[in-house]
Design a protein around this ligand. Structure first.
Ligand code: GRF
Length: 200
């Protein structure tokens, strides 16, 4: 079976990446993670190195300006010829070069129930607002900040005494299987030909 190539972008500990890699160990998994790219020396890169998956760090500070970094990031992703790009805790907005190369084929996971609490502090903002239920959303990436089409969501209760950290840990536990399920769905081969059209 040929697997759908996926590139994962991270900035942090990479627990969502680890979940994607664990699922990819299943022989029936429809996708393969072909590269992991970070914008910094993220600790999560270790998950990829342990699985002998190519890694790359494309740092903003190594580039003349944001546009040059955007182009370098798009070039790094394109070299691995992915059919799907997954932002799994990637803490930068992606620019026009990546969006135009992979429009509609970039997804992001966010630790809140969008459209509530977009941006870099979704967990903190939900807690500060006093919501009783928050969660995680997997969305299509568009030029806005967490404004893309919602692909899947999971709810997580806010508990008495929760801190940003305890709540985020519970959100991540729910977020990981959600992301894996969406990536599997988007990379599964679709039936083609007369059967797909329902003809007998
Ligand atoms: C996730 O909760 C993601 O939604 C948010 O940052 C966290 C990344 O966690 N943007 P990890 O690096 O996958 O552990």
């Amino acid at each position: 079976m040929s697997r759908t190539p996926v590139v994962v972008l991270i900035s942090g500990t990479g627990s969502n990446l680890a979940a994607l890699l664990a699922s990819a160990r299943d022989p029936q998994c429809p996708y393969a993670v072909v590269a992991v790219i970070a914008d910094r020396e993220a600790s999560g890169l270790e998950h990829a190195r342990a699985a002998q998956i190519p890694t790359e760090v494309v740092r903003l500070r190594d580039h003349a300006d944001r546009e040059a970094w955007d182009r370098a990031l798009a070039a790094a992703v394109t070299r691995h010829r992915p059919e799907l790009v997954v932002l799994a805790g990637f803490m930068k907005l992606v620019g026009p070069p990546l969006l135009s190369a992979f429009g509609g084929r970039i997804i992001n996971t966010h630790p809140a129930l969008l459209p509530a609490f977009p941006g870099a502090h979704g967990v903190r903002d939900a807690l500060a607002h006093g919501v009783k239920v928050t969660g995680a959303s997997v969305i299509e990436v568009d030029p806005g900040v967490d404004t893309g089409r919602i692909l899947a969501q999971v709810a997580v209760d806010v508990l008495e005494g929760d801190t940003e950290q305890t709540l985020h840990e519970r959100i991540k536990a729910a977020e990981q299987p959600l992301l894996v399920e969406v990536v599997r769905r988007l990379t599964s081969p679709r039936p083609v030909g007369p059967q797909a059209a329902g003809s007998r």
